[in-house]
Every structure is written in structure tokens, then in C-alpha cells.
Design a protein around this ligand. Sequence first.
Ligand code: LLP
Length: 437
Amino acid sequence: PRNASRGDDGVVRLAGVDVRELAERYGTPLFVMDEADFRARCAEHARAFGDPTLVHYASKAFLSVEVARWVAQEGLSLDVCSGGELAVALRADFPPERIALHGNNKSVAELAAAVEAGVGAVVVDSYFEIARLDQIARDRGVVQPVMIRVTVGVEAHTHEFIATAHEDQKFGFSLSSGDAAEAAGRVIKAEGLSLVGLHSHIGSQIFDANGFEVAARRVIELVAQLRDKHGPELLDTLSTVDLGGGLGIAYTPDDDPPPPAFLAEQLRTIVSKECEHNDLPMPKIAVEPGRAIVGPGTVTLYEVGTIKDVELDAGLSRRYVSVDGGMSDNIRTALYDAVYDCRLVSRAAEHDSAAVLCRVVGKHCEAGDVVVRDCWLPADLAPGDLIAVAATGAYCYVMASGYNRLPRPAVVAVTDGTSRPLLRRETEDDLLRLEVS
Ligand code: LLP
């Protein structure tokens, strides 16, 4: 987080709040969000793209009612991809016209809830959905604005599980097969729908702008093709090109992601060139950053429980540091081979304490339960110490499980020397609440 600092006593303060105080008050594991960092990244994206409403914060990365309020106050729009995320947004009184609903298999109930809430766009992803949504809108006597999710056929350089624009995967209408143009035709004909944009999302944790540029170019070509087929009046409503999320962040000091302003500039250049070439007016360029807004400003605090040195071959050994959470609060290391960095934060290391290569592991009953595969921690690290894993704001809490019946951690916000809970820790009563007998 931007507002993390280590005092003369070696103790880390997050937005001025002592980590020991946070652990004492809320327990560990604990997600600590630097509110100012989150808001600053919202503002940075808004500035880069010239209009805050063109930046849709991707709630899947992390959402709570209060965070939805921060996003609303910063003037951004919101991308939701389920009835649950929509419900959180509506509970926060998020302006519905600034919400877009995504998903490859939205239920009828989810579509109906979105239409009834008056969301600004539904991003349609299949022919079945176009027909369903049209029916739902007509039944209610409204015209629902729609974007079409286009599969642009880009191989994004990221983990296979989170790349989404190559042909052989479940999302979107293929450009190359003509499905995207066919889907647009059906939306244009549907009485209950109005085509307002084309959407592409190429993947996540991406560091170079090339994939976005190729996507932008192909989407603009499709706009031109649709104009030629359906007439220039189409452009009165079809005015947005949404290039999705995916901008990468630094998980360790070695990562060097491009700033949002750089990406925005690249996209504007490529889109305007392509529009000129096709004699099109400049569209609005929207994006959907999740990780790049919420990722960097959050840390997970864990308490060290046990430490074990395990002998490897050739006289080497590995130090296993076990913490009080694990793959239930951060599945990303196990699932994507994600690399994290962590530090001792509750005190300074002894002066003569060398750094030891450690593996930070959780308390779950399986060997793959690794939080940080390799990191250097002081040799005098001891049970009771607090360590912090950096950049855990995106896709950690929201992918948390109750594996081994561990309660989900609390999430707290820190601002100007004070802390307050956003989501309380699960309790054993919560775990037992679902039991029927
Ligand atoms: N828009 C759409 C349509 C998306 O599918 C996603 C992410 C985003 C925006 C936001 O992407 P971001 O800016 O956060 O990269 N669980 C994985 C990430 C999956 C992302 C899924 N879609 C992870 O932990 O890395």
C-alpha cells in the first residue's frame, strides 16, 4: 500500500495504524485495505481515461457495500457478474445506470433483477441470452441497453486459466466465425434491446499493451462492418468500445506494470487511427480494471504459528513458516503459481539476524497449501510474530473458501490513523448456521 511505513521501532503502520493493534483488535488472518490507496487508484484511472464513468471497477476482484460506496463517490462505474455482486452494489445505492452486468451464463433471475434495477448495460454472451433478455425487457415494457462480448482471438501473455480472448474458451461471440456480427444483428432487431457497445476482455495480469491494441483494432473493424451493414444511424446508439480489464500489478518489487495513463494513451492512439482509417467517429473507450485498483493497497496479516526446518538433498534445508490461514484465504499461489512477497511487520529483526529462505504455508490439511513459495525472512522469526503478504486485495477474499471449516477472515479499512471493519470475521456460529439438523 502507498501508506505503509516502518517506524523507528521496526513496526509497520498501515495508514498510520500499528499492525499489532490491528491484529489485537480484529484477529488474524486479516485483510487490511488502505482506503486512500484504493481511492487514489480510482482517481488515477479516471484521469487516464478522461471520464470516470468510462472506468468500470470490476467487482469480482473485491466488493463490499462500503467499497461499492467508495467507487460510487469516486464517480466510477461498476462491473458486476452475478446477482450477488449486483445485490451488494444495490445495497450500497450504487447508481444503477452506471452498472454493467457480465457473465456467460446469467440466470433468468439475474437478468430480470438487472433489468428491473435499470442497469446501464447487460453484456450479452450467447444467442440464448439475447432471446431471454429481449423477452424479459419486453415483458416489462422497457428497452435494455446491451453490449456484445466479442472474442477477438488474441493470445494474451498470462496464465492459461485467466486468458479469455483466444477462440477455444467459453466466453463471447467469435469475431472470425461471424458470430459477433450475427449477434449484433439479432440485438439490433430485438425490440427490447438497444446495442450501445462492443466489449472485449483479453485476460488478466497483463503487462504489455499489444494484446489490448489488437483487440481494439479488431473491435473497431467490427463497428465499421456493422455500420456498413445496418446503416450509420446505428452509431447514434452504438458509441462505446469496452476493452475490459486485465492491467497487471506488481506483486513483488521485480514487477514493473505500465501505469494506466500509458495504457489509456496507447488505446486512444490505436483507436483513433483505426477510426480514421474506417471513417468512423471516435467512440468512448471504456475499461474494467479490478486488480489494478484494489490489488496493491491491501495486505494480509498472518500470525506465525510454527517454524520447521526440513532437510533437502545436498545438505540444503528449507524453512517452513506456518501461518494461521492459507489456501482458504489465498488460493492464488496453489491455483496459478502466483508469486507473492512477505515481510516481518510486528517488529524489527535482530541486528545480527541473517535472512533465511522460507516457504510460508497455511494450516490446511494438504501439502499444496502454500501462501508464498519463496521469500527471505529474518532468522530470528518466531511464533507470535506477524507477517504481511503484500498486494492481496484482488481475488483473495473473494475466492476464499471454508476449507477445513476455517472461518473467512475479517476485512478492515485503514484511513488516517484509524481502522474500521468492512466485513467481520466468520464465526463458528456462522459455519453452523447452514446445518439443517
Ligand atoms: N472484465 C471482465 C469481463 C473480466 O472477466 C475481468 C476478470 C475483469 C474485467 C477484471 O480483470 P482485472 O482487471 O482484475 O484483471 N481469479 C483470477 C483473475 C480472473 C479474472 C477474471 N475476469 C486471478 O486471481 O488472477
